[in-house]
Design a binder for this molecule. Structure first.
Ligand code: CA2
Length: 145
């Protein structure tokens, strides 16, 4: 089983600023956490981070017939992008949307997600553990498909 884990704009800054919202762990530490977790489950994890919407669309399309599922934190594009959910629908892979912070408890403009309509689940406010929850969700879905 192979999963593509995509992190959107500014998540390369994890651990550098705003630790009160996003924690003190870096993107490299997050990716290692997920990689180790997947390794114990015999799942292959591939990672991608970009600050550019079109590059994220390209990455989603690259998963077509190559990965079994997608975990995506679209970051600010969550609240603005139509292209990202369109790409997720186009490739037809099960996708889980993850947010480190609880987007329902922040500014009103963060309460809208255009991406969630293209995902089988949304996890918000579970910090880095949310990505591991997403692995579990995709693993149990894919096991029976
Ligand atoms: O909670 C999340 O994971 C978000 O997707 C993070 C996005 C935000 O726009 C979403 O509303 C919720 C922002 C990511 C910015 O990451 C930073 C990391 C360190 C320092 C500054 C920003």
């Amino acid at each position: 089983m192979k999963l593509l884990i995509i992190n959107g704009p500014n998540l390369n800054m994890l651990g550098v600023r705003e630790p009160e919202i996003y924690g003190s762990g870096t993107l490299a530490e997050l990716e290692k956490l997920i990689s180790d977790y997947c390794g114990r489950k015999n799942i292959t994890a591939e990672f991608y981070q970009s600050n550019h919407e079109g590059d994220i669309v390209d990455s989603i399309q690259s998963a077509y017939k190559k990965a079994d599922g997608i975990i995506i934190n679209p970051a600010a594009y969550t609240h603005t992008s139509i292209a990202i959910p369109d790409a997720l629908k186009a490739v037809g892979l099960p996708a889980v949307e993850v947010h480190i912070s609880d987007i329902s408890a922040r500014e009103p403009y963060r309460r809208i997600s255009y991406v969630s309509s293209a995902c089988v689940a949304t996890i918000s406010g579970r910090h880095f553990s949310g990505y591991l929850d997403a692995v579990d969700i995709l693993e149990s879905r894919l096991k029976f498909s």
